[in-house]
Ligand binder design. Structure first.
Ligand code: FUB
Length: 342
């Protein structure tokens, strides 16, 4: 059963093992942790999993989330603070259901929460909500961000520029689009998925405008290539993009990491610009307990950390708990694969 859900600020107990694969939050279920360093602290923007009667299916209907909480920690291993409800479904004018994996960005002292939700027609869109504080509360813009579609937004700052990445297949609905337009009549998780020998569906990226609430350009597909320079194929299930795109920069190179969905890896690829192309390298994280695998990567005081989730507390796919682990780069810039442990 679900642990008691406290909306007020509370502290979880802290031990050194907090950043060696122990659940970071135990009083509620959390998933899809997007971590950033704001105001010298680590802020985590996760999904808030809840118990639901909705049956499990390949569209992810059982991920029926209704609000977001923001968490922070002074440093790895410090107490994790729950800052309470940061945004509620009912306060998003255009949204119908399913607040999925969010992310956040800071610009000029304002904080922007990017989040996916199904609109009233049950089509995933990406919204943005604004606050003066990293922990919120956030106020949602009245409409989704024009030009976005599908789900799993992540924000990437590169110097003065900010980018939004997004996309996900099956429940994420990316397969329902051609040339960024919704194709009438596509329904279900595989309608529109290319044949196994065709190029896989890829995530999207666009620069954010100066307001941070709109795109500054037409979104572009981010190509992920194999070692021969060929786009990864739709049938290459252990390497192809599924959802959870995340970008970070290390030693001047851009790293795109993502979930491979039904094969449950967090894979990564390296490129020379945020737009790619990116070349597949291997896995950041091996499969975890539970069906989904979703992560973020952040640098704090010269060390790199992976945030991810599993289902250690519940044993049940829709009721996840966030975790963190230190990340190791090899001298050639490759990432040592993290082996999840309890
Ligand atoms: O949390 C709901 C969905 O599950 C996310 O948006 C996906 O990335 C997967 O983790």
């Amino acid at each position: 059963s679900q642990p008691q859900d406290k909306n007020q600020t509370m502290e979880a107990d802290s031990t050194a093992s907090k950043f060696t694969h122990a659940p970071l939050v135990e009083h509620m279920y959390t998933a899809d942790p997007s971590a950033h360093v704001f105001e010298g602290k680590i802020f985590i923007y996760p999904s808030h999993d809840i118990e639901t009667d909705v049956a499990q299916d390949d569209m992810g209907s059982h991920f029926d989330m209704k609000d977001y909480h923001v968490f922070s920690m002074e440093k790895p291993g410090a107490p994790v603070i729950d800052h309470g409800v940061a945004l509620k479904l009912e306060d998003v004018p255009w949204a119908g259901r399913q607040l999925w994996a969010p992310d956040a960005a800071e610009k000029a002292g304002k904080y922007y929460l990017y989040f996916p939700a199904k609109d009233k027609q049950d089509i995933f869109k990406i919204g943005v909500a604004v606050s003066d504080r990293p922990e919120g509360p956030f106020k949602a813009e009245p409409e989704p961000i024009t030009g976005t579609f599908s789900m799993d937004p992540s924000a990437f700052q590169d110097g003065e520029e900010y980018y939004l990445l997004w996309g996900g297949i099956w429940g994420g609905q990316l397969q329902w689009y051609e040339d960024q337009k919704l194709v009438e009549g596509r329904k279900g998780p595989t309608d529109g998925i290319p044949a196994p020998d065709q190029k896989a569906l890829m995530p999207y990226i666009a620069k954010l405008g100066s307001s941070m609430t709109e795109l500054a350009e037409k979104p572009q597909e981010i190509l992920i290539l194999d070692e021969s320079g060929e786009p990864i194929k739709a049938g290459d299930n252990s390497r192809r993009f599924f959802e959870a795109a995340w970008m970070h920069k290390y030693n001047g190179k851009y790293y795109l990491s993502y979930s491979t969905g039904d094969t449950h890896f967090i894979a990564y690829a390296i490129g020379d610009t945020p737009y790619g192309p990116f070349t597949y390298q291997g896995n950041v994280l091996d499969p975890v307990e539970g069906w989904t695998n979703h992560h973020s990567i952040v640098e704090f005081e010269g060390k790199w950390y992976l945030f991810y989730h599993d289902t250690q507390l519940s044993g049940d796919t829709p009721l996840r708990n966030i975790k963190m682990a230190e990340l190791t780069y090899l001298p050639d810039g490759k990432i040592e694969t993290v082996k999840p442990m309890k």
